[in-house]
Design a protein around this ligand. Sequence first.
Ligand SMILES: [Zn+2]
Length: 141
Amino acid sequence: MAYKACPNETCNRKVTDRSSGQYDCRSCGVSSAFRYKFNVKTSICDETENQWVTLFEDAGREVFGMSAHELMDLREHDASAFHRRIEAVQMEKYCFRLRYKLENYNDTLKPNVTVDRAEKVDRSSADYWRDIRRRIDLCYT
Ligand SMILES: [Zn+2]
């Protein structure tokens, strides 16, 4: 769900724990802190099918409404609030823009799909219902 990343704002590299309680970044060296960053593998679906995707920090913030660091802090200090947050997003509607890339795994091409952008669908907006109406009309023309 999240990984320990370098605290340097311009570096998102994963850090490794040192026995001294510090963290090692391959680019920036040793630091005394880290920031959690999202790396969420999940399934999303629409009316036609489902798709396994990976969400990184920006899309994760949009979906969970907080940073990975805040969410991991919640998991550590208030487990029931953390679980409520996870459950709340499971059946929520989002508009996703996906990045699709074929990658070679052991001589087999497999799709690697990441969420480039996530935007929560506002069901109370008139635009949402206009779009639903347009989609229904498309089905009958
Ligand atoms: Zn770094």
